[in-house]
Design a protein around this ligand. Structure first.
Ligand SMILES: Nc1ncnc2c1ncn2[C@@H]1O[C@H](COP(=O)(O)OP(=O)(O)OP(=O)(O)O)[C@@H](O)[C@H]1O
Ligand SMILES: [Mg+2]
Length: 141
């Protein structure tokens, strides 16, 4: 019982630490745009990549990053011709892949053994992955 309590306390502590890290990390990103929908196949990836390229082309080259939060069917890397790239992970820091116009990209695709590997995570695990990405990515490379 005591060790269960200890595990829960430890888990809560880790979650709070991660939340703080996430806040600090995200506060360094000046503008954030969320591209979301409640429906599949409506153009989220197309819009995301086109927005990134448009911003990069209009004075923000090297200052744009994409976090592909699509855990099951990540296609931003494909659209940007970055399939097969890997994320560099050093200690607890994650370094994005680099695309055209210096666009930095983080996607679950860069962590899978191959592009056909299925990801069968459910809601809570997906949120954990996205939270971890948000708290660990070093955008300013
Ligand atoms: N404005 C548009 N007009 C017509 N077709 C479009 C438009 N935007 C995207 N498409 C096409 O619709 C299809 C789905 O687009 P996309 O992959 O960007 O959607 P998505 O919302 O990211 O899908 P998913 O939910 O599967 O991730 C693609 O074939 C894309 O080329
Ligand atoms: Mg998509």
């Amino acid at each position: 019982m005591a060790s269960d309590r200890q595990t829960v306390d430890e888990w809560k502590k880790q979650l709070l630490e991660q939340q703080e890290k996430l806040k600090t990390r995200m506060s360094r990103v000046k503008h954030k745009i969320a591209v979301i929908s409640g429906k599949g196949g409506v153009g989220k990836s197309t819009i995301t990549v086109n927005l990134a390229v448009a911003f990069a082309m209009h004075g923000h080259v090297n200052y744009i990053g994409i976090l592909d939060a699509d855990i099951h069917g990540p296609s931003d890397p494909k659209i940007l011709g970055l399939s097969g790239q890997r994320l560099q992970v050093k200690s607890t820091e994650v370094f994005p892949a680099l695309g055209l116009l210096g666009i930095k990209v983080v996607s679950i695709d860069f962590l899978l053994p191959d592009e056909n590997a299925p990801v069968i995570w459910r809601g809570p695990l997906k949120m954990t992955a996205i939270r971890q990405f948000l708290s660990d990515i070093v955008w300013e490379t």
